[in-house]
Ligand binder design. Structure first.
Ligand code: NDP
Length: 434
């Protein structure tokens, strides 16, 4: 705490991991001898930089940029960029720290990192977003590369932003280095399924939970928070699996649609118009209603998938979900459930899947994009989706096997934390004190 003052989200993420690691350290004293945990909590490198840019009125604007290169034991630093006004070092460090374990769980050769800026793209013109991205990359380019650090998208960073960032990187370096960023457009080095991957992956993971209990999505009612990238494609896949998503949200409120959220209407509002979730009701008509403010978790459901942002689901929300009979919570977002909410789920035997396992499909598909870039190849949608499904099944099974091995059967939290940790810790031991 003294070393990282004021970084509350980072403290929360570290505490959540450390709470699980007692049995591993007891079994492997060499991890403690080599100070693996202390070294894991200290980023290898943190970069903070000035991002000046000029808005459409000719006024100079100023933002702060971050890249935290947390751990490269398993491969180049890998993790998204977040553009949101709430961004500060504590958020980027929590995300980077989580990313180490998530990336490890995928079984792929990627280290952990994260970056972003307190820039708010909402209400900005395309030209302003482009100038911001160009200024951001004018500093970031010297720290990243196919073999060093490979950023991707996150909140506020989608295909448009990755395009502007890639263009500026190429211009400054004079290199068409496809593997430097993931989430690229399909005609210029991107991978099929990357856009859909985090949401699809969360739905695949939830389907595995259901399958492991002899159940399926068929006829289940789900509620999903957010209406951005992760939420949108989780909704699409849950519907393909036979479930019905009856509510989703944004930071202004939520919509309930008893017929099931219509994917085409949602993407028209959120992607084509970059609009607010309330506009969904105008296009959809009578089956939908908009509730301003409030909590989407008030809507009764069998399955809850928080897909918006950190600490969006607190203790009171957890109690409401439990009272309404919700049986499964799987995190599409990073750390959306507070520790108090997670404790309530455990007390009530609600199955809880943490984000580092349930939302790992995005980064796993980014690693598939890197594989395609390295071999100058591109795979079909079906092939790539098949690989994603396989990866999510493997993560699910590894969580349960590890939880069993360490005496916590059925705990996805213990399974994910320990399985993620041991792979990184073993690589750190092998690579010496660095
Ligand atoms: P988007 O920017 O596409 O969407 C974010 C959604 O969450 C929007 O609906 C937004 O509403 C809502 N939201 C964001 N901040 C807040 C807030 N403070 N309060 C209420 N609602 C909020 O982001 P993504 O879908 O890409 O990311 C969502 C989550 O998933 C994040 O936690 C991210 O870290 C995580 N994640 C994303 C991955 C990816 O591949 N994109 C990979 C793994 C995890 P509004 O528009 O009103 O702000």
């Amino acid at each position: 705490l003294r070393r990282n003052p004021g970084e509350v989200e980072f403290h929360q993420a570290v505490r959540e991991i450390l709470d699980s690691l007692g049995p591993v350290v007891a079994k492997h004293p060499d991890y403690a001898d080599a100070a693996v945990i202390r070294r894991l909590c200290e980023p290898e490198r943190q970069i903070i930089f000035r991002v000046p840019w000029v808005d459409d009125n000719g006024a100079v604007q100023l933002n702060r940029g971050f890249r935290v290169e947390f751990n490269s034991a398993l491969g180049p630093f890998k993790g998204g960029l977040r553009f949101h006004p709430s961004v500060y070092l504590g958020i980027i460090k929590f995300l980077g720290f989580e990313q180490i374990f998530k990336n490890s769980l995928t079984g792929m050769p990627i280290g952990g990192g994260k970056g972003g800026s307190d820039f708010d793209p909402k209400g900005r013109s395309d030209a302003e977003v482009m100038r911001f991205c160009q200024s951001f990359m004018t500093e970031l380019y010297r720290h990243i590369g196919e073999y060093t650090d490979v950023p991707a998208g996150d909140i506020g960073v989608g295909g448009r932003e990755i395009g502007y960032l890639f263009g500026q990187y190429k211009r400054i370096t004079n290199r068409y280095e496809s593997g430097v960023l993931t989430g690229k457009g399909l005609t210029w080095g991107g991978s099929q399924v990357r856009t859909e991957a985090t949401g699809y992956g969360t739905a695949f993971f939830t389907a595995e939970i259901l399958k492991s209990r002899g159940d399926s999505f068929d006829g289940k009612r789900a509620v999903i928070s957010g209406s951005g990238n992760v939420a949108t494609y989780a909704i699409e896949k849950v519907h393909q699996f036979g479930g019905r998503v009856i509510a989703c949200s944004d930071s202004t409120g939520y919509v309930v649609d008893d017929q099931g959220i219509d994917f085409d209407v949602l993407t028209e509002v959120k992607q084509a118009r970059r609009g607010r979730i309330s506009e969904y009701v105008e296009l959809r008509g009578a089956s939908a209603k908009f509730v301003a403010g409030g909590s989407v978790w008030d809507v009764p459901c069998d399955i809850a998938l928080p897909c918006a942002t950190q600490n969006e689901l607190g203790e009171a929300d957890a109690l409401t979900l439990i009272k309404n009979g919700c049986a499964i919570v799987a995190e599409g977002a990073n750390m959306p459930c507070t520790p108090q909410a997670i404790r309530k789920f455990a007390d009530a035997d609600v199955i809880f899947a943490p984000g580092k396992a349930a939302n790992a499909g995005g980064v796993a598909t980014s690693a598939l994009e890197m594989q395609q870039n390295a071999s100058r190849d591109s795979w079909s949608f079906e092939d790539t989706e098949h690989r994603l499904a396989h990866i999510m099944r493997s993560i699910h099974d590894r969580c349960l096997e590890t939880a069993d091995e360490y005496g916590a059967p059925g705990s996805y939290v213990i399974g994910a934390n320990i399985a993620g940790f041991t792979r990184v810790a073993d690589a750190m031991l092998a690579q010496g004190i660095i």
